[in-house]
Every structure is written in structure tokens, then in C-alpha cells.
Design a protein around this ligand. Structure first.
Ligand SMILES: Nc1ncnc2c1ncn2[C@@H]1O[C@H](COP(=O)(O)OP(=O)(O)OP(=O)(O)O)[C@@H](O)[C@H]1O
Length: 226
């Protein structure tokens, strides 16, 4: 279980997150939606210990460094590291037994090439493979479906469902509502610096309609499309 209480984050005098309280349990998939700039990545960076924050986070799995698999929107790679070396590095960080990485390469990535030269989708798949091989207990996936091809999207959806069955805790952000619909047990709406709405699976339709009304409103008619 991960208990986040009254988490707030500011950059200088700009407050991005205010009093976020969330309780994330094992075997559940949580989605987080919000406009560009709402603070989703900032929240993930705070939970993963990459940013300082006010408030408390208690995680039964221990510190993020030993238990969290964080897939960042744009994963970072050293300039002269191959895909294979990256997988080895991340597995070594968890003191795992040597693995057959060729067999584990489920996305058919060119593991002998430099990771920095991979396409956006390939980089995401490499980073995802690495955190999955690490046998983490808790996963934060920041836009895991963005930029990856349709086959990989299907694989990632199935992976999330399997992680849930393995009793992991998973927090995902996405701008594509249908991907969250398929995978999540609960969705949080991050708006006005805080969690302004939380809905269980049965009410996802209500949230989607509310977001559509709010997002689209009368904006398109202003274009006077011809
Ligand atoms: N290091 C930083 N310094 C100053 N401001 C920052 C920093 N990182 C993020 N911000 C600001 O915090 C706000 C939230 O950004 P964040 O990246 O968390 O949003 P997001 O919800 O993930 O957006 P998107 O959907 O576009 O990825 C933005 O206004 C952003 O400019």
C-alpha cells in the first residue's frame, strides 16, 4: 500500500500540487487524467523521490529506489549505451541473477544498437522492458501508450492486466481515455492543483462525458469549419 497524504509541490512561488491525498493498494490499477500542465508528471516525480515535496508518503514496499518501476514520458539514456547494456544495468541495480535478455526482448528491439538512437516508441518499450525485468512491486507509467505502435499498445494493455493479477500496485497517466477504461479500477482527475474527482469503473462513462463537455464545449464552433 502507498499512502500519500497532503502532498504539495511548488516551483518557486508557483504552486503545482496542493494537498493531494491518495491511498493506493495492491492489485489495483489507478489512472490519472488531467490537462497538459495539470501536474501529473510532477506528482509522479514526487512519489518516485525525484522531486522534493511537502506532505508525507508511506510505502509498504520501502524506498522507491528498491521497489518502484517508473516509466517516464521520455526515458533518459546515457549516450553510449546499447539496449542490451541498459537492460543489464537496470537488472544489476536490483542484484538480479543474469537473464537471457534475447529471450526477454518481447518487443523485438535492436538490443545491440545505441538506445539513444532508438525511435520514441522503441525507447519507451526498452525502458518498460527494463522495469518489468526488475520485478518491481509498484509501477508508475507516465503515458505508457503514447508513441508506441498498435501491437505494442495491445501488449502493454495485457502486461498491465497481468501485473494487476500479480498483486502489483500500478499508477498510469494517459491522454487516451479508452486505454484507461480498459485497464483501470479507479481514475483520478487532477484539476486545479488537486484531485478534483475520483471515479470507480462503473462511473467511467460519467467522467468521460464530463471531460468531453468541459474540453470541447463550444470551442470547435468558434473555428467556423467550412
Ligand atoms: N522543474 C520545473 N520548474 C518549474 N516549473 C515546472 C517544472 N516542472 C514542471 N513545472 C511546471 O509544473 C506544471 C505541471 O507540469 P507537469 O509536467 O507535471 O504537467 P503534466 O500534467 O504532466 O502535463 P502533460 O500532460 O503536458 O505531460 C507546469 O506548469 C510546468 O510548467
Amino acid at each position: 500500500m502507498i499512502d500519500i497524504e497532503n502532498l504539495s509541490k511548488s516551483y518557486g512561488d508557483k504552486t503545482v500540487l496542493e494537498n493531494i491525498t491518495l491511498n493506493l493498494v495492491k492489485g489495483k490499477v489507478y489512472g490519472i487524467v488531467g490537462e497538459n500542465g495539470a501536474g501529473k508528471t510532477t506528482l509522479f516525480n514526487c512519489i518516485s523521490g525525484l522531486e522534493k515535496y511537502r506532505g508525507t508518503i508511506n510505502c509498504e514496499y520501502g524506498i522507491p529506489k528498491i521497489s518502484l518501476g517508473y516509466l517516464q514520458t521520455e526515458p533518459y539514456f546515457f549516450s553510449k549505451i546499447t539496449g542490451l547494456e541498459y537492460l543489464k544495468l537496470l537488472c544489476n541495480a536490483r542484484n538480479l541473477e543474469p537473464l537471457d535478455f534475447i529471450e526477454k526482448n518481447i518487443f523485438d528491439l535492436p538490443l545491440n544498437e545505441y538506445a539513444i538512437n532508438y525511435s520514441t516508441g522503441m525507447k519507451k518499450k526498452l525502458a518498460l522492458t527494463a522495469i518489468l525485468l526488475q520485478e518491481n512491486k509498484f509501477f508508475i507509467l507516465d503515458e505508457p501508450f503514447n508513441g508506441v505502435d498498435i501491437h505494442s499498445n495491445m501488449i502493454i494493455t495485457e502486461i498491465i492486466q497481468q501485473l494487476k493479477r500479480l498483486d502489483k500496485t500500478i499508477l498510469i497517466s494517459s491522454h487516451i481515455f479508452s486505454t484507461l477504461n480498459e485497464t483501470c479500477d479507479e481514475i483520478f482527475l487532477l484539476k486545479n492543483k488537486t484531485i478534483s474527482m475520483r471515479v470507480k469503473k462503473e462511473q467511467f462513462g460519467i467522467l468521460e462525458n464530463e471531460m468531453k463537455d468541459y474540453s470541447i464545449g463550444n470551442r470547435i464552433s468558434k473555428l467556423n469549419l467550412k
